[in-house]
Design a protein around this ligand. Structure first.
Ligand code: G3H
Ligand code: 13P
Ligand code: NA
Ligand code: ZN
Length: 325
């Protein structure tokens, strides 16, 4: 069956890699995630946002994730390690409903609340979740951009002085921190970036790795989570625009920075936007190149293949979670 994150994270921290946490909203994304994980022998976290539950129906997504375990076995993986995780849980009730219906892990995102309220809410979710062996991710610090339907115009980095108190009093199993990443495809504007003279690629302003270092010093060996970790592959952005899309200059987190993070106590890296770009690029290309096609399988199939390629690349070349089963 599904597993929680406990052993997975302990092994990832020891081994210097990170578990991929990929969001899914539909069957094609789920299939691509599982195929990529099986073929690379990687543990994986399937995560469901509040928006995904509204879009696809919570019950259907849950059965899809339970089916994913059987699917992985059918694909030849004898002992798949798959987590079904609630991404950005907003209330105790949302978390409880996921726990009651078979999720193996939940996030309670109280990061926008006053500190003491975040502690109280997270602690309440932990107390409930742990009765059922469900692991809990909490968050301290606020990412710029839209998070949990709350929009912030600047980053509030995690305060390393709070993390011991937060982890101890809440009993959470992992902690999401804010070090300058943000959600979505538009993480940085071109004006914020400089061009690397050697490679010619846009380099964003640095992440606050000193905050991560300070957190790790306060909580040695404690599982840290990075949200907003899409790299926004420029070839996908170009394909989308070439075939009729209208994306603005979109710049993400350089993969090199994620590789560095994955080697540290960061043991869960959240990626959603990159998969959306890969799916959209393949569909737009197919629509233009094969305008007479109207069988959804003819464009959702290439979209699925393109997402699988992306997920494998993340596992093999960025997170290093391959060959860990
Ligand atoms: O944290 C945000 C994730 O990318 C999920 O996005 O709320 O649009 O499903 P969503
Ligand atoms: P991206 O938008 O960078 O893919 O981040 C996803 C995320 O953090 C989901 O919780
Ligand atoms: Na790691
Ligand atoms: Zn997130």
């Amino acid at each position: 069956g599904l597993v929680n994150t406990k052993e997975m994270f302990a092994k990832a921290i020891k081994g210097g890699y990170a578990i991929p946490a990929f969001n899914f909203n539909n069957m094609e994304q789920m299939q691509a995630i599982i195929k990529a994980a099986v073929e690379t022998k990687s543990p994986v976290i399937l995560q469901v946002s509040k928006g995904a539950r509204q879009y696809a129906n919570a019950t259907l997504l849950r059965y899809m994730a339970q089916g994913a375990v059987e699917y992985a076995k059918e694909l030849g993986c004898a002992h798949p390690e798959i987590v079904l995780h609630l991404d950005h849980g907003d209330t105790f009730e949302t978390c409880k409903s996921c726990i009651d219906s078979g999720f193996s892990s939940v996030m309670i995102d109280g990061s926008h609340l006053p500190y003491e309220e975040n502690v109280a809410l997270t602690k309440k979710v932990v107390e409930y979740a742990h009765q059922f062996d469900v692991t809990v991710e909490g968050e301290l610090g606020v990412l710029a951009g839209v998070e949990d339907e709350v929009s912030a115009d600047h980053h509030t980095y995690t305060d390393p002085e709070e993390v011991i108190d937060f982890a101890t009093r809440t009993g959470c199993d992992s902690l999401a921190i804010s070090i300058g990443t943000s959600h979505g495809a538009y993480k940085f504007t071109p004006e914020q970036c400089h061009i690397d003279p050697v490679t010619g690629v846009m380099v964003p302003p640095p992440l606050a790795f000193e905050v991560l270092d300070a957190v790790m010093e306060k909580l040695p060996g404690f599982p840290i989570v990075l949200h907003g970790s899409s790299s926004v592959p420029q070839e996908e952005v170009e394909t989308i625009n070439k075939y009729g899309g209208a994306l603005k200059a979109a710049i993400g987190i350089p993969e090199e920075w994620l590789r560095k993070a994955a080697k540290s106590a960061v043991c869960k890296i959240n990626i959603d936007s990159d998969s959306r770009l890969a799916m959209t690029a393949a569909i737009r290309k197919t629509f233009v190149e094969k305008p007479a096609e109207f069988d959804p399988r003819k464009y959702l199939g290439p979209a699925r293949d393109n997402m699988e390629k992306l997920y494998k690349h993340k596992i093999l070349n960025v997170l290093g979670s391959d060959n860990k089963l």
